[in-house]
Design a protein around this ligand. Structure first.
Ligand SMILES: NC(=O)c1ccc[n+]([C@@H]2O[C@H](COP(=O)([O-])OP(=O)(O)OC[C@H]3O[C@@H](n4cnc5c(N)ncnc54)[C@H](O)[C@@H]3O)[C@@H](O)[C@H]2O)c1
Length: 354
């Protein structure tokens, strides 16, 4: 790709999230052209053309046409915005064919598959970035920096509550596409943000899941409550709910020996234990820090940025934790060790190290 030429981009899955991400990419000041797009629901492609303002991209509509899209269009990069389980086939093919990839969360389901894809991406020397947008939110960037600098001392525990009115619509309610219901859907963001802010790996999990959305029992996991253990003797509570009436709420708290971090809206509240005082921290984007996964992706490809803020290894760490949560619930709340999951597929926690 000549540095002045627009990135030649192909999109796989042009639904809600896909259309928004493709719109952002196509509007990027450094230049990206949607050369081809595939969706099994053709009106989605008409809508995409309206949203990006041009329709001269090659269209595909078959479930296996992502291969044609990749093989026939001399692409630099591919975006994967399909349901969760097919992510694996789509990203594997794209990487094997030497494409840079931006992919929606959860990157790939299951630790074994996720690690395989991470290694393939490294081997192919391609940019692989996951659309975990919280890595670009000022309050989380600041919290991560404060934790890493030791401002709240050694972290001892955390508390995460996320609740959404989530009925498991369409493919989200089908086990063959969802890969773990709400635990793997919106819940994926919160597993990620904890691992990312703390810079730790998952060690063990135990907890319970039910499939109820109000009075209706879904075919996929809806509500879960877990005890999670991380490296460095950190443990915490993770609660993911789907049957709250009304809007989305979350509550993330990190406790250290010298203080706590909590979030109120877009603000970060720091409690300093020694001073017994609460501070609302000033938030600012660090120099050259991209504003979004799409911005990060384009800048990396155009050599205008050097750091990938959500490389595939983050998706692998989350995939491992998600797998432990799901297995524990399936076993009636038994404690599940992440090392055991990894051992069964020939890996160790060291393979996921920071
Ligand atoms: N980061 C976020 O906050 C966020 C928000 C919403 C969705 N997502 C993620 O985005 C992804 C898509 O979710 P969505 O809400 O856009 O769902 P969606 O149903 O709106 O879009 C998925 C699209 O993929 C298409 N599709 C399915 N199988 C295909 C195939 N084999 N080939 C080509 N197209 C295919 C569908 O027709 C649909 O248009 C999921 O991974 C989801 O978790 C992330």
């Amino acid at each position: 790709m000549a540095n002045s030429a627009p990135i030649r981009f192909g999109a796989i899955g042009c639904g809600g999230a896909g259309t928004d991400r493709i719109r952002q990419l196509a509007a990027h000041e450094l230049g990206l052209k949607v050369v081809a797009a595939v969706d099994i629901n053709p009106p989605r492609l008409d809508n995409l053309a309206k949203v990006i303002g041009y329709d001269d991209f090659v269209r595909y509509t078959g479930p296996e046409d992502y291969k044609k899209l990749i093989d026939e269009n001399d692409l630099d990069a591919v975006g994967i915005f399909t349901p969760h389980i097919p992510h694996y086939d789509h990203v594997k093919y794209a990487l094997q064919k030497g494409k840079h990839v931006i992919i929606e969360k959860p990157m790939v389901c299951g630790a074994k598959n996720a690690l395989e894809i991470t290694r393939l991406c490294d081997k192919q020397k391609k940019v692989g970035i996951i659309h975990y947008q919280r890595h670009y939110e000022l309050k989380y960037i600041k919290a991560r920096e404060m934790i890493q600098k030791g401002v709240i001392g050694k972290v001892t525990n955390f508390f995460v509550y996320m609740a959404q009115d989530w009925s498991g619509p369409n493919w989200r309610g089908m086990p063959e596409f969802s890969g773990g219901g709400q635990i793997n859907d919106s819940g994926s963001h919160y597993q990620d943000i904890i691992l990312w802010m703390l810079g730790e790996l998952p060690v063990a999990a135990e907890g319970f899941i039910d499939n109820y959305y109000h009075t209706r029992k879904l075919d996929v996991e809806a509500n879960g409550m877990f005890h999670v253990e991380l490296t460095n003797n950190i443990c915490g509570r993770l609660i993911i709910l789907s049957d709250i009436p009304g809007g989305f709420v979350d509550d993330v708290r990190i406790v250290g020996e010298k203080g706590t971090i909590t979030f109120r809206g877009d603000s970060l509240i720091h409690y300093d234990k020694a001073e017994n005082k609460y501070y609302e921290e000033a938030l600012a984007r660090p120099k050259a820090y991209p504003v979004s996964p799409c911005d990060n992706f384009v800048k990396l490809l155009k050599k205008k940025g050097t750091k990938n803020q959500v490389s595939f290894i983050f998706g692998t760490r989350v995939a491992l934790l998600t797998e432990a949560l799901l297995i524990s619930a399936r076993l009636g709340g038994k404690k599940v060790y992440c090392e055991d999951i990894l051992k069964a597929c020939g890996h160790t926690l060291d393979d996921l190290a920071y």
